[in-house]
Ligand binder design. Structure first.
Ligand SMILES: [Zn+2]
Ligand SMILES: [Zn+2]
Length: 436
């Protein structure tokens, strides 16, 4: 019997009875082959690897992160709550020191879910990883966290949630948004006024392979993490950069994902996308499990793996080297850049159109960040959609000053229903969530 070098906790929740639709790529049997592969490898008999059952995320767990319109019960299925609860259980296993690391293999995924939720977008309805992270912050206190998103799609939802949070460094490696959903994720999207530089996008050209991913990891991601010094590192593990993925155009491999995981050395990982359910997912997920457990993964290859075919084009290599330099230079100059950009500003507004592709809803959102000298300031969202919802959502972030907390409650109390259909107050300081 094998013995894991690192004690590893696994939560496996394949949600075999839930899907957006029968033919949808994020489908019921998505983790079926992964399950077979894990058992074939004997992971369940490996000493030091523990399987945990998910818990069910509560409405409050969701409300710490999201403004769900009109409410949590109407938008989230039991499967969504168990997926989020699976990540909570996995993260808690690490925080309680039951294990050294954990991996939540859950679905449906979560990283496209923004703060405001009108329905599903990008196969996601609740940001599973963010819900779990805010739960452990609630239970275990302040944590400086780095989230590294290795899904092929830009993690726009996680970016949105942590846009103005300096304690949560978000790094997304993804296929360039000019060639893939959701279209965002350029290096200029660099964070809000209180966290400028703490949102890092690395848009990679289609065709990027092992060489490119590992170059970015070694030359940008790890140096930034060494500067940031997080208490914990979380990997939003999307497996759709694989060369066989039907939705994307990348050239990454199971070996590459395992090497990346070993070097990144995350404390927790949560599954995001990945739609090559037979050709890629079993091998990538197994590679990551072995890497996290500190076990040998050098035998994990796809049956059709061919190194020559997957060799990265020189033009891509050159592009990635330049991109690396640009991103790392921005990170090093973030303070000066923030001073220049937000000098003497009392508030900063961003206006966006967000499309909920699953629900078929278009949102128009104006978010105002009210700058405070003593804390990271309030966020006020005025959002309407083409289904006649119009909401006001006031967010008090963690560690706000009393002045900002009082101001938020005064704003909530004085906001009459009209013209809003709903008004929300999200108070992370007191873990209090109100709506009217
Ligand atoms: Zn994806
Ligand atoms: Zn304040």
């Amino acid at each position: 019997m094998f013995k894991a070098k690192n004690r590893l906790g696994l939560v496996f929740f394949p949600a075999f009875d839930w899907a957006i639709s029968k033919t949808h790529p994020e489908r019921e049997e998505r983790l079926l082959y992964t399950q077979d592969q894990i058992f074939e490898e004997g992971i369940q008999d490996t000493e030091g690897i523990e399987f945990y059952n998910p818990v069910i995320a509560s409405e409050k767990d969701v409300s710490r992160v999201h403004i769900v319109v009109p409410n949590v019960a109407s938008q989230l299925s039991q499967s969504h709550l168990v997926a989020a609860g699976g990540a909570i259980r996995a993260y808690k296993a690490v925080m309680e020191k039951e294990v050294n690391k954990s991996f939540a293999l859950v679905r449906p995924p979560g990283h496209h879910t923004h703060r405001v939720v009108y329905g599903g977008r990008g196969f996601c309805t609740v940001n599973v990883g963010a819900v779990a992270l805010e739960r452990i912050r609630q239970d275990y206190g302040d944590l400086k966290v780095a989230i590294v998103d290795t899904d092929a799609h830009h993690g726009d939802g996680t970016q949105d949630i942590y846009w103005n949070d300096k304690d949560t460094l978000f790094i997304s490696l993804h296929q360039d948004g000019r060639s893939l959903y959701p279209g965002t994720g350029s290096i200029e999207e660099f964070g809000g006024p209180s966290a400028y530089g703490y949102n890092i996008n690395i848009p990679l050209p289609p065709g990027t392979g092992e060489e490119g991913f590992l170059y970015i990891l070694d030359n940008v991601v790890i140096p930034i993490l060494n500067d940031f010094k997080p208490d914990i590192i979380i990997n939003s593990a999307g497996q759709d950069n694989h060369y066989s993925d039907p939705l994307t155009n990348m050239n990454f491999t199971a070996q590459g994902y395992a090497i990346l995981n070993e070097r990144l050395n995350p404390d927790m990982a949560v599954l995001e996308g990945g739609y090559s359910i037979e050709g890629a997912l079993p091998y990538i997920n197994l590679g990551i499990i072995l890497a996290m457990a500190g076990l040998d993964y050098s035998h994990v290859f796809e049956p059709d793996y061919d190194a020559d075919k997957l060799k990265q084009d020189t033009a891509i290599t050159n592009h990635i080297e330049k991109l690396s330099e640009a991103v790392y230079s921005l990170w090093r100059h973030k303070k000066e850049l923030a001073e220049e950009k937000f000098k003497n500003k009392k508030e900063v507004t961003r206006e966006r159109k967000i499309y909920f592709d699953t629900a078929g809803i278009t949102e128009h959102q104006v978010q105002k960040f009210i700058i405070c000298d003593d804390c990271s300031g309030l966020s006020v969202i005025d959002s309407s959609n083409d289904e006649s919802a119009h909401i006001l959502a006031i967010t008090v972030p963690r560690k706000s000053c009393q002045y900002c907390i009082d101001k938020a409650y005064a704003m909530y109390d004085s906001s009459n229903q009209y013209p809003y259909t709903n008004v929300y107050l999200q108070d992370r300081c007191n873990d209090n969530y109100l709506s009217k």
